[in-house]
Design a protein around this ligand. Structure first.
Ligand code: SF4
Ligand code: SF4
Length: 543
């Protein structure tokens, strides 16, 4: 899919008629139907993927078919409206937060300009308040007295095929990043509304392939990439060879080893593609440096969980493998790699969905003796927490000059920042492994961080222009630091970020590369007995 040039897109965002440039749409939003055209929607789920998933226990994904959002007829079930309204009633009953979010918005507008999709597209329906209104209007019609009697005057509308199409368009123009919720005086979490919209859409077979294919792969082989156990192990083995040839350090990870102290789980992207591969090499070196008694699993071979972007049931099913594998292997606790949404699932849902994991112990670092009380219920520790603790106790030797080629800024992943509150640990690590790094402006970092623009399964190429638009606020902040300090690296702690920010930087700030924090740790590590080559680009050096 061809994407317009950076200059054209910049001009378009700044000058074309949109709410962002002060123009008023000619018609109200209720009278403005969605129009699907190539480039503004992600491709629907392939029929065979949906058929496979619908055949699995504990989940329901009906209405597999070949269809196209640009067609008038979406081949919905005959009783689709009834399915949707019943599905909404069921969710209002099960999720008290949804009921509250449907009732308590006062339309103050504080959230309106906080969404990167609105900032990048200027489309009013990308204002969080209006995105929620797409569902709220139907809720009012079906579930409130005022809506039933007064209809449009009370902000109510009928559920129609046009409304369903609008849901599909805008539920997949929200990355569930929750930035808007930080600014809402009532704490309304539009991400949860998007999650409900996506669940309802799945009830009539309207999902996107970029979410459902990884879900299907994960359900089948344990990871998004669909790597078989042999391929997964083979990929890690290749990385071990690279580590040895670069540093002279022989790393010997084990797989599916019963009785190991720690089970390590990371997003499969870390063993599959650059720049995640370099982050993975950093993990391998760190574990070797401290002599960690750990094992990988070729069954729980994915930290990420695209079920989060699909349905509660699917998220629970995919997440279940982590505890199941920890119990089977008899480990004491779980260490997790750099990922964003993986940690949202772990911190917000894992314990109640698949716990309690009483067969595990409260994580305790075998090197420093630190007990991670924050992980007392989940029994799972983030690699940045683990590494920061090692540094604090002086248990690893670091040489900042080995990162002399790096001048960085740091991107807080939406999920580790807003869903987990992990703000200090990556910064603490950067302070110890880099000679120089700089923060982006205060209103774009920490809890207020801007999304990469392509999370929640929107990192698909057919919507590249949309991604470059929604990533503009993040890229703009990076550009600001680049202009001030000539940085060349955007550090982050999320596998999706590593993939999506690389594309985003290539487009908006091509001078800046993307690196995982653990890669920078691996660059700086001084390991006894090493025979390191001249690594002018750290673990990325071609030798
Ligand atoms: S900030 Fe909260 S209350 Fe105000 S319009 Fe947005 S969602 Fe509604
Ligand atoms: S959750 Fe993020 S993407 Fe979704 S409406 Fe809020 S700010 Fe926009």
């Amino acid at each position: 899919m061809a994407v317009i040039t950076k200059d054209e897109l910049s001009k378009n965002v700044a000058e074309e008629p949109s709410m962002m440039t002060g123009s008023t749409p000619p018609k109200g939003w209720l009278e403005t139907p969605v129009k699907f055209k190539p480039g503004n929607y992600a491709y629907p789920t392939k029929a065979e993927k949906l058929e496979y998933l619908n055949s699995q226990q504990g989940v329901s994904f009906p209405n597999a078919r070949v269809w196209n959002p640009e067609d008038e007829d979406w081949k919905l079930p005959a009783n689709w409206k009834e399915i949707i309204i019943n599905g909404l009633a069921d969710r209002l009953d099960r999720f008290r937060s949804l009921k509250i979010f449907m009732d308590c918005c006062v339309r103050c507008g504080a959230c309106a300009d906080k969404c990167h999709f609105f900032l990048g597209t200027g489309d009013p329906k990308n204002m969080p308040v209006l995105r929620a209104e797409l569902l709220r209007s139907v809720y009012r019609k079906e579930f409130t007295l005022a809506g039933k009697i007064l209809g449009k005057m009370a902000g109510a509308r009928e559920m129609t095929a046009g409304v369903l199409k609008e849901w599909f368009m805008y539920a997949y123009q929200c990355t569930e990043c929750r930035r808007c919720s930080v600014f809402c005086p009532y704490g309304i979490d539009t991400a949860e509304i998007t999650m409900m919209l996506r669940e309802l859409l799945h009830m009539v077979g309207c999902g996107i392939n970029w979410a459902m294919e990884p879900v299907s792969n994960s359900n089948r082989t344990g990871n998004h990439m669909g790597l078989t156990p042999q391929a997964f192990k083979g990929n890690v083995d290749f990385l071990c060879e690279d580590v040895e040839s670069l540093t002279g350090v022989k790393v010997n990870p084990t797989f599916n080893r019963k009785g190991a102290e720690v089970l390590f789980i990371t997003p499969s992207a870390d063993v599959f593609a650059e720049p995640g591969l370099f982050t993975c090499m950093g993990y391998l070196l760190l574990f070797e440096a401290i002599g960690l008694d750990y094992t990988w699993s070729t069954y729980a071979s994915e930290g990420g969980n695209f079920g989060l972007f699909t349905s509660n049931e699917m998220m629970k099913k995919l997440n279940g493998k982590m505890y199941a594998e920890a119990e089977r292997l008899g480990v004491k606790w779980i260490l997790g790699g750099e990922c964003g949404h993986m940690w949202r699932v772990i911190h917000q849902y894992m314990d109640t969905m698949n716990g309690p994991a009483d067969f595990l112990e409260v994580p305790k670092s075998p090197v420093t003796g630190t007990v991670f009380d924050n992980a007392a219920s989940t029994k799972m520790v983030h690699i940045s927490e683990f590494t920061a603790d090692l540094i604090k106790h002086g248990k690893i030797k670091l040489d900042k000059s080995r990162n002399a080629h790096v001048k960085a800024t740091f991107h807080d992943s939406c999920n580790t920042a807003r869903a987990m509150g992990m703000l200090e640990e990556p910064r603490y690590i950067l302070n110890h492994v880099l000679e120089e790094w700089h923060e982006m402006p205060a209103n774009t970092i920490r809890e207020k961080t801007f999304c990469c623009g392509s999370g929640t399964a929107l990192n698909t190429d057919e919507i590249m222009e949309l991604r470059m638009r929604s990533g503009l606020p993040r890229a703009n902040a990076v550009k600001h630091v680049y202009d001030q300090h000539a940085i060349n690296t955007l550090a982050c702690v999320c596998a999706i970020d590593r993939a999506t920010l690389t594309t985003l930087m290539n487009y908006w700030v091509p001078e800046v590369e993307v690196a995982g924090v653990s890669e920078l740790v691996g660059n700086a590590l001084v390991i006894e007995g090493e025979d390191r080559q001249e690594l002018t680009e750290g673990l990325r050096t071609l030798v």
